[in-house]
Design a protein around this ligand. Structure first.
Ligand SMILES: [Fe+2]
Length: 245
């Protein structure tokens, strides 16, 4: 699997505190079946991580020979998108044209579509992280329809999909998957415990192997390659979907 969201780099944000923790996360990810792991530290007011800081921490971790293939990235707050194109490019996932953008946990940002459109005009596409955790999206998932139609990809957090973040969040992942408003699953790992990675558990909760592969391999692979994701596999009958329907 390819996991495009983790806070694995040492000492940059609220994820791994030091190199030992970074290596523990990498080991847990490898044990969970992850082969490629994007390092996506926060870039926001409380963790204003610079591209140079990411480069330095990335090299530190890479030189310690982690058991997964690491790719560079960042998780950008919406307020951080007004940066020069050259700087945004240094935050892109695997050097591609895709940027991981953090959906706020509270409130629907009225300028979201506008900000994502401006990114598009600069040649970037957004991967929107964990909108299913936002109560406004839980109440009105159709809010995502126009931005998905405009090319934004939606990334669900693994712990949302299999219910670890509660029934409401899980129900929202089911709705987004049913309405074809979700394109990948990622760990958003901050800590090394297997349950905190949990991509395999999330995949197991989707009783559709082709869809699970699309969400954890085909789409994230296309993102890293900077190409259009392949079409979603034909949906199975409803009874074959998430456990607990
Ligand atoms: Fe994150």
């Amino acid at each position: 699997m390819i996991d495009l969201h983790s806070h694995v780099l040492p000492g940059l944000d609220d994820g791994a505190a030091d190199l030992d923790e970074s290596l523990s996360i990498c080991a847990a990810a490898a044990a969970d079946g992850i082969e490629v792991l994007a390092a996506t530290p926060h870039v926001r007011h409380d963790y204003p991580t610079s591209p140079d800081a990411i480069d330095a921490a990335f090299e530190t971790l890479k030189s310690a020979s982690p058991p997964v293939e690491l790719v560079r990235g960042a998780e950008l707050d919406l307020a951080e998108l007004d940066r020069p194109k050259e700087e945004l490019q240094r935050y892109a996932l695997g050097g591609s044209s895709y940027l991981l953008v953090e959906m706020p946990y509270i409130g629907w940002p009225l300028d979201l579509a506008d900000r994502l459109f401006r990114l598009r005009m600069q040649g970037f596409r957004a991967v929107l992280a964990h909108p299913e955790r936002n109560p406004d999206v839980q109440d009105r998932p159709e809010l995502l329809e126009p931005i998905v139609a405009a090319g934004t990809l939606v990334q669900l957090t693994a712990a949302s999909v299999d219910g670890r973040l509660g029934p409401r969040t899980r129900a929202c992942t089911k709705t987004l998957l049913d309405r074809e408003l979700a394109h990948m699953i990622a760990s958003d790992a901050h800590a090394p415990e297997i349950r905190a990675i949990g991509l395999a558990a999330a995949v197991a909760s989707i009783r559709d192997d082709a869809l699970a592969r699309w969400l954890t391999l085909d789409v994230p692979g296309a993102v890293l390659a900077g190409v259009e994701p392949p079409p979603r596999p034909i949906s199975r009958p409803r009874r074959r979907g998430l456990v607990g329907r």
